[in-house]
Design a protein around this ligand. Structure first.
Ligand code: SF4
Length: 88
């Protein structure tokens, strides 16, 4: 997984399930998972393993403000950002 393939906007919740963002929910994308004790870990895992550059929902619908947010987060975190340590 390359750093540039990681999304940072995994925050929206709905009906006991959580989604990577409101756009993903609106476009009938699959939820990340159920809300519960594993929610944060599931979000980190989704962010690490999901290539938004290849996802048709993201490619077609992502908003400029979300792309800018993701790019700014990536510029602050730099190459030291590695979720593998968190997921162990
Ligand atoms: S649509 Fe944009 S903000 Fe939503 S999951 Fe895809 S890349 Fe992330």
């Amino acid at each position: 997984m390359k750093l540039e393939d990681i999304g940072f906007y995994t925050l929206s919740d709905a009906r006991g399930r959580h989604y990577p963002c409101i756009i993903y929910l609106r476009e009938w994308g699959d939820p990340i998972g159920e809300l519960g004790a594993q929610t944060r870990i599931d979000r980190l895992r989704w962010a690490q393993e999901h290539d938004t550059h290849e996802d048709p929902i993201c490619r077609k619908n992502c908003l400029d403000v979300c792309v800018d947010y993701n790019n700014k987060a990536r510029s602050v975190l730099g190459n030291s950002f590695y979720l593998g340590e968190v997921l162990r």
